[in-house]
Every structure is written in structure tokens, then in C-alpha cells.
Design a protein around this ligand. Structure first.
Ligand SMILES: CC(C)(COP(=O)(O)OP(=O)(O)OC[C@H]1O[C@@H](n2cnc3c(N)ncnc32)[C@H](O)[C@@H]1OP(=O)(O)O)[C@@H](O)C(=O)NCCC(=O)NCCS
Length: 218
């Protein structure tokens, strides 16, 4: 891998690469297929809002003409909340129409989501007045550990700074040890952690959803 990468704003021609990376990395760097059988719907849920509705806050790392990673940012999480929910509902409905309803993986995921809610988990949100912006970041395997993640976060932080956004939050899984160390190295601090149940083989396992925050004045 050539280390020189350009960090640049997303272009419409990057859409397929970003969608493919999202599906290949959704499970803390591993493919989404273990959890959900429909890649089109998974990509819509993970990156659809950002590619189609807020492309100005989407940054990509390009190496030798190939997109090797992305940061999907959002400067105002309150504004995007309804849009992301609608995108998710439409995507899941479309997946059901394509046959996901008849797949065991779909039902296992649904059961895990219900168990998460019963345990008081779900999608925890920080105080959005203090941490209004958020992002997701994913790199192809061969592009990790050589500084692209840092450069993507720094680029989004400069954008948020220029827009005078008070703070940024990011959500990861509790069992994503590398991701957690990365966010800590980038100056984010743990805000809270909630239970998360995930399908695991024929059973389920418990982990957590960890929310990290960074404030402009810190
Ligand atoms: C997490 C991820 C975005 C980090 O990007 P990266 O390019 O690999 O990280 P960088 O090389 O820019 O490292 C930046 C800092 O984070 C720390 N870091 C990164 N990966 C680390 C790891 N595996 N273990 C410990 N520290 C790590 C380093 O200390 C580094 O600090 P330094 O710059 O002072 O040396 C990337 O590895 C990735 O896409 N992983 C899979 C998907 C994922 O987990 N996404 C995020 C959570 S949803």
C-alpha cells in the first residue's frame, strides 16, 4: 500500500465505493453479512443519508485513484434524525420485499434488537446541544494503522470548527477495542455506555454501545 493518500470531499462517483466499504466494514471492521442478508439495505442504512443528503460533510481517503476509506459526517444530528430513520425504514421494507423476511439472520437480528431495548440499551444519544455533530468512520483493512483515520477526523473537525459547532460525538461498540483506542487517541472521551445484544453463532452475546464526545473548547 502506497502511504500517500489524498483526503478530499466526497464526489457522486465515489458512491459505489463508499457503499461497498460500508458493507465490508460494518461489523467493527468486518463484513455486515453475518448480521443481515441484504447488502443494498445495509448500505442504505449505514451511508444512504450521508451520500444522498449531506455529501458536503462526507470525506474520503483516496489512494492511487481508489477510495480506501470514508468519514460520514453530520453537523447537526437533530436535523438528520428524522431523515435517517425514514431511510432506514424504507431500506428495511425494501429488503423484506427482496426476501430478507424469510432469512433466519433477519429474525435473529430483530430478536437481538428487542433484547437490547428490554435491557435499557437502544441507540443512546448524548446531549445534542453540547455534541451536535457526529460521524462514522471506516477504512478498508489494508488502509488501517497508517494515519488515514487521524487525517479524516482532523478534516471533519476543521469543518465543524469552521461552522462553529460546539461538539462532536461518535458511537462505537464496546468490544471495538481498536476503535475505542483510536477515538481516545483523537481526544474523544467516553460519555456513556449502554447494553447491546448481538447475534453470535447460534446464540446471542452481550456487549455495549459506547458514545464518545469531543468539545471544541476542551
Ligand atoms: C478505527 C479506524 C478508523 C482508525 O483509523 P486508522 O487509520 O487505522 O488510525 P490511525 O493510523 O490514523 O491512528 C490514529 C491514532 O489512533 C490510535 N490507534 C489506531 N488504531 C489503533 C489500534 N488498533 N490500537 C491502538 N491504537 C490505535 C493510534 O495510537 C494512533 O495514534 P498516533 O497517531 O498518535 O500514533 C480504522 O482502523 C478502521 O476503519 N477500523 C475498522 C472500522 C472501525 O472500527 N471503525 C470505527 C468505529 S465505528
Amino acid at each position: 500500500m502506497e502511504y500517500a493518500a489524498e483526503i478530499r470531499c466526497y464526489r457522486a462517483t465515489d458512491r459505489q465505493a463508499v457503499r461497498e466499504i460500508s458493507c465490508n466494514t460494518a461489523d467493527i471492521g468486518e463484513p455486515v453479512d453475518r448480521f443481515f442478508p441484504d447488502r443494498e439495505a445495509a448500505a442504505d442504512v449505514i451511508v444512504g443519508y450521508y451520500t444522498d443528503r449531506e455529501p458536503g460533510s462526507l470525506w474520503v481517503a483516496e489512494c492511487d485513484g481508489r477510495v480506501v476509506g470514508y468519514l460520514t459526517g453530520c453537523l447537526d444530528s437533530k436535523r438528520c434524525r428524522n431523515a435517517t430513520r425514514k431511510t432506514a425504514v424504507k431500506a428495511v421494507a425494501a429488503a423484506m420485499g427482496r426476501g430478507a423476511l424469510w432469512r433466519l439472520r433477519t429474525w435473529r437480528l430483530l430478536a437481538a434488537m428487542i433484547a437490547t431495548v428490554l435491557l435499557g440499551g437502544g441507540s443512546p444519544e448524548p446531549d445534542l446541544d453540547r455534541f451536535p455533530a457526529h460521524f462514522h468512520i471506516n477504512l478498508r483493512r489494508e488502509a488501517r494503522g497508517i494515519g488515514f483515520g487521524r487525517r479524516l477526523v482532523e478534516r471533519f473537525r476543521s469543518q465543524a470548527d469552521a461552522a462553529r459547532v460546539a461538539g462532536i460525538h461518535v458511537v462505537t461498540r464496546g468490544d471495538n477495542a481498536a476503535g475505542r483506542r483510536f477515538f481516545e487517541a483523537m481526544g474523544f472521551r467516553l460519555l456513556h455506555e449502554r447494553p447491546l445484544i448481538l447475534p453470535a453463532g447460534r446464540w446471542f452475546r452481550r456487549t455495549s454501545t459506547a458514545v464518545y464526545g469531543w468539545r471544541r473548547e476542551q
